[in-house]
Ligand binder design. Structure first.
Ligand code: PRX
Length: 653
């Protein structure tokens, strides 16, 4: 099992504890230990009570129907997500409250009230309808972080179309694979977006992607940068033109709670991304409840989740959770160090952000850029901080707590996954005593355990597999068009329990300490990347015969990618080839998947049955102990891999 440096560090520091400040506890949504106790005693009742806080077109008849591995929540219920996120606030004082406060990278600003978002969503829903989009159709969204991204998502939700948002840093090939997998006939994009002062040519990338997708009927293009783009007659439609002559109202479609709301592709242990499918009713109950209670959101807050909407964090905690709760969600388009490394702190000061949710990789970058940047700004409006994406090393935790939170803000270290849809392990800021580096406890109503390979609970402080033993409302429904893979990936390792793919241990106080992935999935700068995906990209290059990709610890990114490649006969190792391979991976997947190091080697170390010994390579590359080698066919292989690594790394390209 891979033990991350964060865990080793946390083992040393775990005695350090931070109880909730009295002033915070006093006003927090949850400050009574009875809440998690009662939820644990009757989770279905707990979730049914939370579901009652939403607006239902028709009430459910059954809270949970559990035929493992398929869970149906709020069976018989009808609900519309856009109605819950928008319409229901219009009859309250929230009508003219800011729903989205936005800043573009060049410094442009927009504030959209609930009424304004509602109107745009209705109009765009009518545009989609006019383009022939019907309930159940899939719509691909490839937009920068501008208000039109949540507007497009909510417009899909309004008419019952299933959106598939693709992170705007992904390549044409990645869009093509995803649009093909879910057969999406309509794609929504922009002419471009801004990143570190450059224009990212999104429409051009979509053009490349759809060249080989004859079923794509329409590409809707929002004008963000006003750079010239090519528009294909009959297929391509300008957003501003299409929206100019539609009705201002579109009836929200009553959806079954168990209908899908969206598909979101994520990396797994094979070369093919998985289309994680989320439900309508259960997902929204999970998103709204966790957002309100974990971030302790009140009407006066300005809440900022810095994730990209293209990842699940943005879906649940920029769009659906905050808007369902009538909160004000801040959205920023660009990079944290543009034009200077204090962009985040200047935003917090200028708008008075009160809650900040970001990733450990960003926190480590801020630490490296130096305290002078946050020190220039008044951050005293902040009252709560959060992290997500990977284990946070205690040093970064303490820096975040002191330098950003002024020592007064609780930090919620939230553990969850694309598949879980909502946070499952987390402190409750008005209740939980924090330990830097630990995601502490399961959220009320969540049953989490750490078990061995036979599914038996492991003793206190012993590492094992993190599993979830009862269904939860926002859990994935299945993998798009692939229920067998769903069953095999998540439900076959430990029968009857959801297999997270993460290692963890539980300490004597019942606090969970995450220990990283136990499969071939990596976490690079908060982005999930399957090593197999990068390997398939590499072997799709004409010069590459075989490839092995592993992760190694990286001071800023958490992990970085290292690739070992065997060339086809005739191909010569050279610096230009390494560059070509990097460019190739960028083109196949996107910049986030480009390996930091590429080594050309004569052969890859394999077991006698011919499997590449990734686990051994990975452990040795990370400088970690190998752990259990009994399953290796040839224990002497470790020595051989050690020798092989030494050879490769001295003679690599
Ligand atoms: O390994 C865990 C890590 O991120 C993985 C999920 O990645 P993804 O589906 O991309 O979703 C990221 C945002 C929800 C998990 O399997 N992870 C996420 N949060 C934490 C974490 N590891 C430790 N601590 C966390 N707080």
């Amino acid at each position: 099992m891979v033990v991350s440096s964060a865990t080793i560090d946390s083992l040393l520091k775990e005695k350090e504890e931070y109880p909730p400040p009295k002033s915070f506890r006093k006003d927090a949504w949850i400050h009574d230990p009875k809440v998690p106790r009662e939820a644990a005693a009757d989770p279905e009742r707990y979730w049914a009570d939370r579901a009652k806080e939403l607006v239902w077109i028709k009430k459910w008849s059954k809270v949970l129907e559990w035929k493992a591995p398929f869970a149906k929540w709020f069976v018989g219920g009808q609900i519309n997500v856009s109605q819950n996120c928008l319409d229901r606030h219009l009859d309250s004082p929230r009508r003219n409250k800011a729903a989205i406060v936005w800043e573009g990278e060049p410094g442009d600003r927009r504030v959209l009230t609930y009424q304004m978002v509602w109107r745009e969503v209705n109009r765009f829903a009518n545009v989609l309808k006019r383009l022939g989009v019907k309930r159940g159709d899939r719509v691909t969204i490839y937009l920068p972080a501008i208000p039109e991204l949540p507007i497009a998502m909510l417009a899909c939700a309004r008419i019952g179309a299933i959106h598939s948002v693709i992170f705007a840093g992904f390549s044409a090939k990645a869009i093509q694979d995803r649009a093909e997998d879910c057969h999406s006939e309509v794609i929504i994009t922009a002419d471009g977006g801004y990143r570190r002062g450059n224009v990212v040519p999104l429409k051009k990338t979509v053009d490349e992607a759809v060249e080989d997708l004859p079923f794509v009927r329409h590409v809707v293009v929002y004008q963000r940068t006003k750079e010239p783009v090519s528009m294909k007659k009959g297929r391509d439609v300008w957003w501003h033109e299409a929206i100019s002559d539609v009705d201002d109202f579109c009836e929200p479609v009553p959806m079954a709670a168990t209908d899908p709301l969206f598909v979101l592709y994520t990396s797994g242990t094979t070369g093919r991304p998985k289309g994680v499918l989320h439900s309508t009713g259960g997902y929204l109950v999970g998103a709204a409840t966790t957002h309100r209670l974990i971030f302790d959101v009140k009407d006066r807050d300005l809440y900022w989740c810095t994730a990209d909407i293209g990842w699940v964090t943005g879906h649940t905690y920029i769009v659906y959770g905050p808007l369902a709760n009538g909160a004000t969600s801040f959205l920023y388009e660009g990079a944290p160090d543009w034009p200077q490394p204090d962009r985040f702190w200047s935003i917090i000061e200028s708008y008075g952000v009160t809650i900040l949710y970001t990733a450990p990789t960003a926190i480590r970058a801020f630490m490296r850029w130096g305290d002078e940047w946050p020190k220039k700004h008044d951050l005293s409006t902040l009252r709560l901080l959060g992290t997500v994406g990977e284990p946070i090393n205690p040093e970064a935790w303490r820096w975040y707590h002191k330098t950003i939170g002024g020592g007064r803000c609780p930090i919620v270290d939230t553990w969850w996954q694309t598949e879980t849809g909502m946070i499952l392990l987390t402190p409750l800021p008005g209740l939980t005593t924090l330990k830097p580096g630990s995601a502490t406890h399961p959220f009320p109503g969540i049953a989490a355990e750490v078990v061995d390979e036979n599914g038996r609970p492991v003793p206190v402080n012993k590492g094992g597999y993190l599993v979830i033993s009862k269904p939860w409302p926002a859990m994935l429904m299945t993998l798009y068009n692939d229920p067998e893979r769903y069953q095999q990936v998540y439900w076959s390792q430990v029968p009857g329990k959801y297999f997270t793919g993460d290692g963890a241990r539980v300490d004597e106080d019942g606090c969970f300490w995450l220990m990283g992935r136990i499969d071939d999935v990596l976490n690079v700068a908060g982005h999930r990347i399957g090593t197999m995906e990068v390997e398939s990209a590499l072997v799709s290059h004409p010069s590459v015969a075989e490839a092995a990709v592993v992760g190694k610890p990286h001071a800023l990114k958490g992990q970085s990618l290292v690739a070992y490649v065997v060339l086809k006969g005739g191909a010569a190792r050279s610096e230009s080839l390494s560059q070509e391979l990097r460019d190739h991976v960028r083109k196949e997947i996107g910049a986030i998947a480009v390996p930091d190091d590429i080594y050309v080697t004569e052969k890859l170390p394999k077991t006698r049955s011919g499997k590449i010994m990734r686990r051994v390579i990975r452990s040795l590359v990370s400088g970690q102990e190998i752990g259990d080698t009994t399953t290796l066919e040839d224990p002497g292989a470790v020595e051989e891999v050690r020798k092989w690594l030494a050879e490769v790394e001295t003679g690599g390209a």
